[in-house]
Write a protein that binds this ligand. Structure first.
Ligand code: FMN
Length: 174
């Protein structure tokens, strides 16, 4: 079934319970294609993804991620890295933004395929590095768990629109 983008956005949630089921190779390739097509500053495409499906490696990544043991059951854990230290004119580092966009492309494409995901920022990069052999000068931006969900989507808790957006001038009071 093809979902409209907004439907995928509405259906995505952070899944912390996965069925111990492999993700088909074509589906992984589909997700990586969604990442490959993401926009990036100056079209640098300064992302690198290491896809981990090996059980023992996933266990070690779970340990490196502050013992978030649900990573072990995820079909795949993506170790998402940036290879550039390019800072945009606005003063913001491009690499982490570029990687983040590509990862969210993966999340939405995964949702469309009936898979679930969870961003993982709570990890120790120096513990992740040796698990998949990431060189010392490469920034590990984020981990992403992907798999077949063993739980059900939750209704997201979000601020109302008027609290986060206004027109023409800054009108926020807090
Ligand atoms: C950059 C980032 C890092 C996150 N790190 C973790 C994490 O380490 N562990 C975890 O369980 N969830 C993590 N999350 C998931 C958030 O807790 C979740 O997105 C948020 O609570 C909203 O819930 P939802 O994704 O289900 O809508 C992270 C999300 C983002 C975007």
């Amino acid at each position: 079934m093809i979902m409209a983008v907004l439907q995928a956005i509405k259906s995505r949630y952070s899944c912390r319970s996965y069925l111990p089921k492999e993700i088909e190779k074509e589906k992984i390739e589909h997700l990586l294609e969604a990442a490959r097509l993401a926009p990036s500053a100056k079209n640098l495409q300064d992302w690198r993804f290491v896809i981990v499906t090996d059980k023992e490696k996933k266990r070690k990544l779970a340990e490196a991620a502050n013992n978030q043991t649900f990573l072990e059951n995820a079909g795949a854990v993506i170790v998402a890295c940036s290879i550039s230290d390019y800072v945009m004119r606005c003063g913001q580092p491009a690499g982490i933004i570029d990687v983040a966009i590509a990862l969210e492309h993966i999340c939405l494409a995964a949702t469309e395929l009936g898979l679930a995901t969870c961003w993982i920022g709570s990890f120790y990069p120096e513990k992740v590095r040796p698990v998949v052999g990431i060189p010392a000068d490469i920034a590990i931006v984020e981990l992403l768990a992907i798999g077949y969900p063993a739980d059900k989507p939750r209704i997201p808790s979000r601020e109302p629109l008027e609290k986060i957006a206004c027109f023409e001038n800054w009108q926020f009071v807090d």
